[in-house]
Design a protein around this ligand. Structure first.
Ligand code: GDP
Ligand code: MG
Length: 301
């Protein structure tokens, strides 16, 4: 399709505390699963772009890692990536959590935007989970900060209000040519996407047992003649005890992880997938500069 003078394109940085529903919202905007959704906080380590078209407008969503008080180096790098994404964006969309309210994390975000003189759009998410009077009080509390030009009440889960918000964002993008092919929904290379899917299963299936000490890498990717793909992944953990958890008794856990991840991958790639998982112990992988480059993060942050 050729572009017309109507064409618009821009970046929307999605900023919010962990667990407010940023990934769910991006997935709803885009209409496909591109970002990792998990009940466990802080699982988005990579800046994931979701891209969608609204008529002749291309909206590019930068799903930022949760903004919180960074302790470890990896956390600091994530926070730096999140804020630089916000600074470069055409619009900043702050996602608030109707259940959590204007809590500590939300206040930090609002204060930081205020200090930067940055205006933002507010989406109060999870309206399905709370009563109306609470929503109005919350909207008023956010509004007092003076940071927000517009406020939307949405449910990323049910889709309530999401279409209005999407249309509004599209109207506010600058005129200009599209920055990605029209049919592209994510700039995540397939290998990275595949690793994210497996990592999501790690979080979903192991929760408390395995903290943030695991990383997944796609080590090999082979296209087969029958149209299927053979994917080999390495799950890195920091200790032998963690390896034992991931493998499970008689390999039961890694089998379940592999099966669940494979199903997701087949759904996303629309083809048969042969997935092979191995677990390796790599002490202090969280301090390896190469890993930061792989994730598009700044080691020195
Ligand atoms: P992120 O950390 O901000 O990316 O949050 P996620 O998108 O991973 O969502 C965190 C949790 O909140 C998940 O369990 C979601 O299912 C849930 N969630 C997201 N949006 C909504 C919503 O609109 N309503 C309700 N009730 N739950 C939601
Ligand atoms: Mg997320």
């Amino acid at each position: 399709m050729t572009e017309t003078s109507e064409a618009r394109a821009g970046f929307v940085a999605i900023v919010g505390a962990p667990n407010v529903g940023k990934s769910t919202l991006v997935n709803k905007f885009v209409g496909a699963k591109v970002s990792i959704v998990s009940p466990k906080v802080q699982t988005t380590r990579t800046r994931v772009l979701g891209i969608c078209m609204v008529d002749a407008t291309q909206l590019i969503f930068v799903d930022t890692p949760g903004i919180f008080a960074p302790r470890r180096r990896l956390d600091r790098a994530m926070v730096a990536a999140a804020w630089s994404g916000a600074a470069d964006a055409d619009e900043v969309l702050v996602v608030g959590d109707a259940e959590a309210g204007l809590d500590g994390d939300a206040r930090v975000i609002v204060e930081r935007l205020k200090a930067a003189g940055r205006k933002a759009i507010l989406a109060i998410n999870k309206v399905d989970a709370v009563k109306k009077p609470r929503l109005l009080a919350l909207a008023a509390a956010f509004d007092r900060s003076g940071v927000f030009t517009d406020t939307f009440m949405i449910s990323a889960l049910t889709g309530d209000g999401v279409a209005d918000l999407k249309a509004f964002l599209a109207d506010h993008m600058p005129r200009g040519p599209w920055l990605f092919p029209e049919d592209q929904i994510s700039d995540m290379p397939e290998r990275l996407c595949a690793a994210e899917i497996t990592r999501e299963q790690l979080y979903l299936q192991l929760r408390q047992e395995l903290p943030y000490a695991a990383a997944v890498e796609t080590a090999d990717w082979q296209e087969k003649d029958d149209g299927s793909v053979r994917i080999e992944q390495v799950i890195y953990v920091e200790k032998n005890s963690q390896k034992a958890i991931v493998v499970g008794s008689k390999g039961s856990r890694i089998k379940a992880l592999g099966e669940a991840a494979r199903k997701q991958l087949e759904a996303i790639f629309g083809r048969r997938v042969h997935l092979f998982l191995v677990v390796k112990v790599k002490p202090k992988w969280g301090d390896d500069p190469a890993r930061y480059r792989d994730l598009g993060l700044d080691f020195g942050a």
